[in-house]
Design a protein around this ligand. Sequence first.
Ligand SMILES: [Fe+2]
Length: 373
Amino acid sequence: MYAKHTQGRIARQAHTTVPEGTYEEHHARQGFEGEVSQLYHAHPTTDWLRVEGPIRPRGIQLTDVPAADEHDERALPTVLMFNQDITLAVSKRTAPMPYYVRNADGDTLLLTQAGHGTLVTDYGTLAYGPLEYLVIPKGTNYRIVPASNELHVTYVMETRDPLTLPERGPLGHFLPFDRGVLDVPRLDAGLPVPSAQNADGEWEVLVKRGGELSSIFYAFDPADVQGWTGSLAPFRLRLADIRPLTSERLDVPPMTHATFQAGDNWIVTMAPRPTQTAPDAERAQPFHRNVDYDEVIVPLGSPDAGGAGPTPGLASITPAGMNHGPNQARMAAQRDRLPIYVWNIDTIRPLHYTDAFEAGETPDFARHESYRG
Ligand SMILES: [Fe+2]
């Protein structure tokens, strides 16, 4: 740790009793974890006139993206953002996959925003529903079989590094969830699913490697496992099983809500919880400079929120280097409870955007994200 220095008007404890007429900005390395200083500004750092260039904040309503697999059963999810480590896509699949997918490029994380269905894999079958994660290890054969007659929206992330559960250190084994709540597919699940046999009487495994597609054909259903043992398997985590850390007296840093890690990239789930309510605690997150991560935030709603909070699926992206923080409305009406689930992805490398993203992008989003709102 470097020496701690102090000049001018400051708060003795960060994020509490910010000096009158100042706006606290958190300038840190490694998210909220590394070396840090608090800067007390005369103006909010997000009170910009305009932002020019690629670090401007960007937004997209993910539930409105026209996904290719909505009407084409052979299509894969529509990729919106990517870098060397991750891709983020949207699926609105309504028909069962007519093949098994085997992703040989990375692990796959599905987060269902809307819709129910069945995940069919080598390891057995598993039901899924809204606000549930499915983790599918690289190389698993799997099919998505959506239930009919409902809206389906699933966020699909691919990670080059293995998706792991972050170290919990002194938090122990049961925060933010007991690993006993992770469900794996069962060979004896008995869930009815239509066969993937095609018109030629064959079964297809569609393999993605280096972004290119190949197919392996069989005269029998390749998901014919009679037994399995090991620690590598798909699993489901329901967001409702997450029990978030809370603090009455200080903002809890976002990374403490991390659900998964993929190399140096973080996948965070903020679950409904009380926010800090002590009289001297700042309730809104401090303004911050996101210098190590591009940050994707997606409000997911909650069955108990009664429509509170932003529209589910309204993704905002703050590239590293951009200022970030609450707007005027949030500063004026600070909440004492986070009413919804929020998905947050922090990527160590810059994200790039596809044509599908740009076609659906919310115009002038930087103004929406400014202090002026
Ligand atoms: Fe942030």
